[in-house]
Design a protein around this ligand. Structure first.
Ligand code: URA
Length: 256
């Protein structure tokens, strides 16, 4: 095994925690990806309840008086907890809103709760979550400390399948409201469903990573989902580069 590969494996959880050793290269200005027309749209005024797209016969159990766009955290949490706007509500144990610092500079967005998350009500608490925690630690971050973690969909897709486009679309206003409330300096999309939900366009991770995207004026970086990294050792080296890029981008945001 080459020294480089051995080094990478050590960094990727088959050894001690990741450590940031070198400052990442500056991002050339031409690497900033222009926001898609949809991403540049101003926040939408969202109706008090989201129009059901899948199970129109299921009525929300909590009548919300405020439009989503006017909700604070408590109302938003209650609305998500009671949400029955798509079929994902049928098999969930509970909806999982998100976890962390509600004034965080860093927002990480995953795909959707898995079995453990559904059980415990917190995102990324299983194996993928352990890797995410190591990734955070590698750039000096800690869950809950200037970091908020959310998902594209708030309810567990059965059998841990990828959420369907109509499910991410139905749940998206909740994520949008979370972003409006948090006002992070940087959003990190973990994997394709999160990236596509946020950018409202087709994304290929291999092509989209390493570039600066834009979500309504907030820089957005796309990287691999930790669950994918657990299966695909070789791409962990790229994830490491992405972490350095994130850290560098945040520093630039703070220096502005
Ligand atoms: N994978 C995700 O995308 N989110 C979680 O919360 C857990 C696993």
């Amino acid at each position: 095994m080459s020294a480089e590969r051995e080094h990478i494996l050590r960094e990727m959880g088959l050894g001690p925690a990741w450590k940031l050793r070198a400052a990442p290269a500056p991002i050339p200005a031409d690497e900033v990806v222009a926001p898609s027309p949809t991403a540049a749209e101003p926040p939408r005024e969202i109706a008090p309840t989201i129009a059901p797209t899948i199970a129109p016969t299921i009525a929300p159990t909590v009548a919300t008086t405020a439009p989503l766009a006017a909700m604070g955290w408590d109302e938003l949490a209650a609305t998500v907890t009671a949400c029955r706007q798509c079929r994902l509500c049928e098999a969930r144990k509970q909806a999982v809103l998100g976890v962390g610092d509600r004034n965080a500079d860093w927002l990480f967005v995953g795909e959707g709760p898995g079995a453990e998350e559904d059980q415990r009500g917190e995102p990324f608490v299983g194996q993928a979550g352990k890797l995410l925690d190591s990734m955070l630690a590698a750039i000096g971050l800690k869950r809950g400390n200037d970091v908020y973690i959310a998902n594209a969909v708030k309810c567990r897709p059965p059998e841990n399948r990828t959420p369907a486009p109509e499910e991410t679309a139905t749940c998206r206003p909740y994520l949008e409201r979370q972003i409006e409330l948090i006002q992070p300096r940087l959003i990190v999309a973990l994997g394709r469903p999160a990236a596509q939900t946020l950018l409202q366009s087709e994304v290929k991770i291999g092509a989209a990573r390493g570039k600066l995207h834009d979500y309504r004026g907030i820089p957005l970086i796309i990287t691999y989902h930790p669950a994918y990294l657990l299966r695909t050792l070789l791409d962990k080296a790229k994830a490491w580069e992405d972490l350095c890029f994130m850290r560098h981008t945040m520093q630039k945001q703070k220096d502005r």
